[in-house]
Design a protein around this ligand. Structure first.
Ligand code: SF4
Length: 699
């Protein structure tokens, strides 16, 4: 018997834990946390520790499919490339789109972006990361000049106060939560504040929970800015030397008094005062924010309202002091590095700057470089629905379940001339609408890199052979690219080739001190790439071993190197419930990931919560005569969702909570996001998943 251990990375959330995969005779028999990985130091959550239960081949897509029939790669690739050529020739490049995923590896992301932006000639590539952190990206850019995450997980060990806002860290990012719980154990004076309409599992270690009115976060943080100004808690020196916009903030928050904030947020003045005092009177504060902030029609403003408070007090760029957007997906950050959003170019370059477009085009020897931003996720599927987009390639994501107004996605795909789905699973809610399916490799087979929430680039290593005819996503893209006539630009031998090119592009003519490159990794050999240990982006001559913290030098990436305080006018969600309606909040549960195509395979993970549920406050249940565990129907606009009632005081009486994971493969009327209206933040394009008005009735 031969046994070995392969060091790889968990494919689920943005924590990015290192995983030791234990093999016997070439089979995966167990997983454990990598003890020297900087994200998790040997720990795994229940999802990560169940990875070995999900790698069987049951349900896998093993051959390409053309119009529902098995076929071979040559036939399906010829069909796709011929159709794409014809569509682009007749309707132009903007008739094609990619909808990809924060699950794919940086190398996959890179070639998809290169093909569509550099050769097809459109920036119509967006990703399900749009649903996860796009608002934080824009908030960073407005405040810092660039999309930069300032801090790291170790800041939790140095903080006096940690604020979780719009984050159920205990379930959505369990290992960071464990790190926080451990930090509190080591330092009992560390205070944890949870700001969330729901009383979540994260409240178990909270010293203060603020169950604010849904969507009122920016009122609360503007109120904090008012408090800091009124109580002379500003860092005057930091503001004078490193920030612009103080006057505008002072004007904006002048009426956001304690009394007004209590009213706006439906909290008591004592609750708010307690929070404000903790923030104002402690030097080292970390504010972790996630989907509860980002998934909002004013998600960017909410992010900036948080960042403002850190800038006003100089609580940034120091150990234990940072606003910290924690990403949902394992490689949302890698996608940001390669420009994996419709409004970005590679290496954090920008469509708004012609010199950036030119720089990328010259590096790629692009034959048809996109000149403008493309369509963001919700707009992209609107364009599919109304026929502007005639061909879409969906990769490693399941938008018929995960997009807002998800039924509309079905209709859009049904009407589309060419739908290509790359997936490891044969039957998903989305693959049913595909003209062509490409069988894709998945975790344990894929080989490349991912970047986690604290910017660590880690290797995800392929150690099992792809089953059947499955190919890596980058291979499928390159095969299509070659058939479109771009042989030379897509002639990669392996993922290391792609990574080196990505690293080289990040440093190409990059002398403008943006410091956003990993150019030092552009010369690594195949063996060095294979053995790459986690390293924190960026990696260049200034930071050869990576950079753990940004803005420690007080210099931001704006023209004058000062951060921008952004005057935010808080807004409530676009749709507020009418009489008889309540606000629906959708989110994750502890043991499932996304649309369950992988975690749904593990019987152990299904034990936690086995079927769709609705959390209902006892008062709402009483009014509707709903008993615990009874089946209930949520409805809006003729769309319904059916689930079992879980009566609990952990939700407010004006709200419901449902998990977003279930899909029609498990049960009908179980797609939570079909109820979500397709309203997005105008700046980020991120949909408002957290605030949909619905009616609840017993079934
Ligand atoms: Fe995987 Fe996230 Fe759990 Fe870590 S915390 S093991 S990355 S799911």
């Amino acid at each position: 018997m031969t046994s070995s251990i392969v060091k790889t990375t968990c494919p689920y959330c943005g924590v990015g834990c290192g995983v030791d995969a234990k093999l016997e005779n070439g089979n995966l028999i167990a997983v454990s946390g990598t003890t020297d990985h900087p994200a998790n130091y040997g720990k795994l959550c229940v999802k990560g520790s169940s990875l070995h239960e999900t790698v069987d081949h049951e349900g896998r897509m093993l051959t390409p499919m053309l119009h529902g029939q098995p076929t071979d790669w040559d036939t399906s690739l010829a069909y796709v490339s011929d159709k794409m050529k014809a569509i682009v020739a007749e309707h132009g490049p903007d008739a094609f789109a990619f909808y990809v995923s924060g699950q794919i590896l940086t190398e996959d992301y890179y070639v998809a972006n290169k093909l569509i932006k550099g050769f097809i000639g459109t920036a119509n590539i967006d990703t399900n990361s749009r649903l996860c952190m796009a608002s934080a990206v824009v908030a960073h850019k407005r405040a810092f000049g660039t999309d930069t995450v300032p801090g790291n997980y170790d800041d939790l060990n140095h903080a006096d106060v940690v604020i979780l806002t719009g984050s159920n860290l205990a379930w959505a990012h369990p290992i960071v939560y464990q790190r926080l719980a451990n930090a509190k154990k080591q330092n009992p004076s560390l205070k944890v504040v949870v700001i969330d309409p729901r009383k979540t599992a994260s409240c178990d270690i909270a010293d203060l929970h603020l169950p604010l009115k849904p969507g009122s976060d920016a009122f609360l943080f503007n109120g904090l800015a008012h408090h800091l100004i009124a109580h002379n808690k500003l860092d005057d020196s930091f503001l004078a030397n490193h920030c612009n916009g103080l006057e505008a903030i002072q004007q904006t928050v002048i009426n956001q008094t304690l009394q007004q904030t209590a009213q706006d947020c439906d909290l008591t003045e004592d609750q708010i005062n307690h929070f404000y005092s903790l923030f104002a009177n402690n030097e080292r504060v970390v504010t972790l924010f996630s989907q509860g902030i980002n998934q909002s029609s004013s998600g960017v403003d909410k992010g900036n309202a948080i960042i403002n408070c850190h800038l006003l007090t100089g609580k940034i760029g120091k150990p234990g002091a940072a606003p910290f957007s924690i990403t949902g997906q394992p490689n949302a950050m890698g996608g940001r590095e390669v420009g994996g959003l419709a409004n970005q170019l590679a290496a954090h370059m920008d469509f708004k700057k012609p010199e950036h477009i030119d720089r990328v085009a010259r590096f790629w020897n692009a034959t048809n470089m996109a000149k403008n931003e493309g369509l963001k996720a919700v707009d992209m599927f609107d364009a599919v629905a109304d026929g502007r987009i005639k061909a879409i390639w969906i990769m490693a994501t399941n938008p018929v379940v995960s997009m807002p107004d998800a039924d509309r996605i079905k209709a859009a795909l049904q009407s589309c001339d060419l739908v290509i789905v790359s997936d490891s699973q044969a039957m998903t809610d989305t693959s049913q609408y595909a003209d062509v399916c490409f069988p894709a490799t998945t975790w344990a087979e894929k080989d490349g890199t991912v970047t986690n929430s604290e910017r660590f680039i880690s290797r995800q290593r392929g150690y099992l052979l792809p089953p059947g005819d499955a190919k890596h996503d980058w291979q499928a893209i390159c095969e299509v690219a070659k058939r479109l006539g771009y042989e030379e630009a897509f002639n990669y031998e392996n993922s290391a080739d792609i990574f080196r090119e990505h690293a080289a592009l990040s440093g190409f003519e990059n002398d403008d001190e943006r410091d956003f490159d990993i150019s030092l990794l552009s010369q690594i050999s195949n063996a060095e790439y294979h053995n790459l240990t986690p390293i924190q982006w960026p990696v260049n001559t200034r930071h050869p071993n990576g950079r753990s913290r940004f803005f420690d030098d007080g210099r931001f990436y704006t023209a004058d190197r000062k951060a921008n305080l952004i005057a935010v006018q808080p807004r409530l969600p676009t749709y507020t419930p009418n009489s008889g309606q309540v606000t629906l909040n959708t989110g994750r549960i502890r043991d499932q990931w996304h649309t369950m195509t992988r975690t749904g395979k593990s019987a152990r993970l299904l034990e936690h919560i086995a079927s769709p549920t609705v959390q209902i406050h006892p008062e709402t249940a009483r009014q509707q005569a709903i008993a615990n565990n009874a089946l209930v129907k949520l409805s809006d606009r003729g769309i319904s969702y059916i689930a079992r009632a879980e009566i609990t005081e952990s939700v407010r009486a004006d709200s419901l909570f449902i998990p977003m994971h279930w899909n029609d493969m498990f049960a009908s009327h179980a797609r939570a996001n079909s109820l979500v209206r397709p309203i997005s933040d105008a700046l980020s394009g991120q949909p408002e998943f957290k605030h949909s008005p619905v009616t609840i009735t017993p079934l």
